[in-house]
Design a protein around this ligand. Structure first.
Ligand code: ZN
Length: 467
C-alpha cells in the first residue's frame, strides 16, 4: 500500500464523516432491543435500515434473513479477482436493554454528540462499529480506485446477540455455503485503553453446570436427625470447596490436559500492557485482595487461564427466623471458563466423572448442563490474518499495536466452529464506553480510526494464504 492511499483514505474520512454521522444517528434512532417483545418491530426496522445502507454502499447481494427470533442481515460483494481472500464481517445490530431510564442523561434513542462522544444506546455496541466499517469500505474503494472491494466481502450482522444468539447456530448451518469464508472479522470489542490500541487474539469458552445434591427424601428436623443423617448442603459445599487446591488450580482430573500454555512471547506481551493493578483492584474489581492460580499474573488469570467459579448456591431455609432442618436438596450453579484447546464436551465429561467420584455415601450428587456451551476462540499472533490486521491498525494509529485477551465468551465461537475459519478482532471501543450500561457512548475519533484501519484491512487481507 502506498502513502497516497493513506492520504486518500484519511481525506475521504475527513470529508465524509459528518454525512456518515448523520446516517449513523438515523440508524441509532431505529432502536432495536432484542430482549424485549415490545421492541420486536424496532429490530426489524433496524435490519431494514442496515440492508438499505449496504445496498447504498454498493454491496451486490443483500438479504434480510428472518429467524424464529429476530432478523439478521446478510450481504455479499465479490471482488473483481475471484481468487481473492473471502472475508466475513460479523457483528450485531440489536441492542442491549436500557435498564432504568432515570440513569440516562439523554434519551437513549435520540443520539447526541457531546464533545468527541456520540451518546446513544448502540453508539458503540455494535451499530457504531458496523457503521465505521461502511465508512471504511467507501474510503477503501476511493483510495484503491476499485468498484468492488479487494476481498470477497461478506456481511453477517445478526439481530439476537444481546439476547443469547439463540438462532445463530441454526442460521449458520442453514446458510453454511453462502457464509463460507477464509477469515472472520469481528468488530464488537474494546481496545486496551485510549493510548494503547490493541487487537484481541482470544476469547474464552464456557461450560455451565447445575449441580444438585440430594439427601433425605424430605426436609428433616435437625434436632431429631442432625448428626446422624448426611446433610446435602455439607456434601455440596465440600465438593465445591474442593474444586481448587491451595495453589488455586482446578482439581478436576484432566482439566488442564489440553490447555495450550502461553508462549514466552505471549506472556511478555501481556506483561508489557500498561495495567495498573493497584487501581484496578479497588476501582474496577471493587475487591480488597487478589486471588487465583499461582504463577500467573492478574491479566493472565482473567484472560488466558481456565477457571471454575461457583455462581450461585441455593438450598434449605432462607426465610426469616429459625427453621432447624436438614434440607432434602442443595443446588449450585458452577461455570467453567475454557481456553484453547479445551473442548466443552470433554470438560462436561470430566466434571461429571469428578462429581460421581466425589459423592459421599447417602448423598446423591447429580450434574446437568442445561445451557449452551461456547468454545474458546484463539487466533495466534503470528497467524497471517492477525499480521494483516496488525499492519492495518498500525497504518491507522501509527503507534505500537498490542495484543489482548478477552476473558468473556460469546456467539462468535459458533461462527469459528461452523464456518471453520479463524476470527480476528478489529475493536474500536474503549473499556469504559458503557457497554450494556446507561449513557453508552462511542468516541468519534476512535470510530474514525477504526474506519481507517478497516479501509486498509481489505487490501492487507486480499492475498492472504490461510489454507
Ligand atoms: Zn456487542
Amino acid at each position: 500500500m502506498t502513502d497516497t492511499e493513506q492520504v486518500v483514505v484519511r481525506a475521504y474520512i475527513a470529508e465524509h464523516k459528518e454525512v456518515w454521522l448523520a446516517q449513523l444517528k438515523e440508524w441509532l434512532r431505529t432502536g432495536g432491543i432484542s430482549g424485549h417483545r415490545e421492541y420486536i418491530e424496532d429490530v426489524e426496522q433496524s435490519a431494514q435500515w442496515l440492508a438499505e445502507a449496504l445496498t447504498e454502499v454498493g454491496v451486490a447481494e443483500v438479504e434480510v434473513w428472518e429467524t424464529p427470533g429476530h432478523p439478521a442481515v446478510f450481504g455479499s460483494w465479490p471482488a473483481a479477482e475471484p481468487a481473492a481472500t473471502t472475508v466475513l464481517l460479523y457483528g450485531h445490530h440489536d441492542l442491549h436493554p436500557l435498564g432504568s431510564l432515570k440513569f440516562w442523561e439523554h434519551r437513549p434513542f435520540d443520539p447526541v454528540v457531546v464533545g468527541e462522544e456520540l451518546r446513544a444506546r448502540g453508539a458503540i455496541d455494535d451499530k457504531g462499529q458496523i457503521a465505521a466499517h461502511l465508512l471504511g469500505l467507501k474510503a477503501h474503494l476511493a483510495a484503491t480506485r476499485r468498484t468492488t472491494p479487494a476481498v470477497n466481502l461478506k456481511f453477517l450482522i445478526e439481530g439476537e446477540a444481546e439476547h443469547g444468539s439463540d438462532n445463530l447456530r441454526q442460521l449458520l448451518e442453514d446458510h453454511v455455503e453462502q457464509l463460507s469464508c477464509d477469515v472472520i472479522v469481528v468488530s464488537d470489542t474494546a481496545m486496551f485503553n485510549r493510548d494503547t490500541p490493541s487487537i484481541c487474539i482470544s476469547t474464552r469458552g464456557l461450560v455451565t453446570a447445575e449441580i444438585t445434591a440430594t439427601g433425605p427424601s424430605m426436609d428433616l428436623h435437625s434436632g431429631v436427625f442432625g448428626g446422624a443423617v448426611p446433610n446435602p448442603i455439607h456434601a455440596l459445599t465440600t465438593l465445591l470447596a474442593g474444586l481448587h487446591d491451595s495453589t488455586g488450580r482446578v482439581t478436576i482430573p484432566g482439566f488442564y490436559d489440553n490447555v495450550v500454555e502461553p508462549s514466552s512471547a505471549e506472556r511478555a506481551g501481556i506483561s508489557g500492557l500498561p495495567f495498573d493493578e493497584r487501581s484496578w483492584l479497588p476501582d474496577i474489581a471493587t475487591s480488597r485482595a487478589m486471588t487465583g492460580e499461582r504463577g500467573y499474573s492478574t491479566l493472565e488469570r482473567i484472560g488466558i487461564r481456565p477457571t471454575a467459579e461457583v455462581n450461585g448456591i441455593w438450598s434449605g431455609y432462607t426465610g426469616e427466623g429459625i427453621k432447624t432442618i436438614i434440607p432434602s436438596t442443595a443446588n449450585a450453579l458452577v461455570s467453567f471458563r475454557l481456553v484453547a484447546n479445551q473442548d466443552p464436551a470433554e470438560i462436561r465429561q470430566l466434571v461429571t466423572e469428578h462429581i460421581a467420584a466425589n459423592s459421599p455415601i447417602g448423598t446423591n450428587i447429580a450434574v446437568k448442563f442445561p445451557y449452551s456451551d461456547y468454545r474458546p476462540v484463539r487466533t495466534p499472533v503470528d497467524h497471517p490474518a492477525n499480521q494483516a490486521l496488525l499492519r492495518a491498525m498500525h497504518k491507522a494509529f501509527e503507534t505500537e499495536i498490542r495484543y489482548t485477551h478477552e476473558g468473556t465468551s460469546g456467539p462468535l465461537a459458533h461462527l469459528v466452529e461452523v464456518l471453520a475459519a479463524p476470527a480476528i478482532f478489529l475493536g474500536m471501543a474503549l473499556p469504559d464506553d458503557r457497554f450494556h450500561a446507561p449513557n453508552e457512548r462511542a468516541r468519534l475519533p476512535l470510530l474514525h480510526k477504526g474506519a481507517e484501519a478497516a479501509a486498509y484491512l481489505w487490501t492487507e487481507l486480499a492475498n492472504l494464504v490461510t489454507k
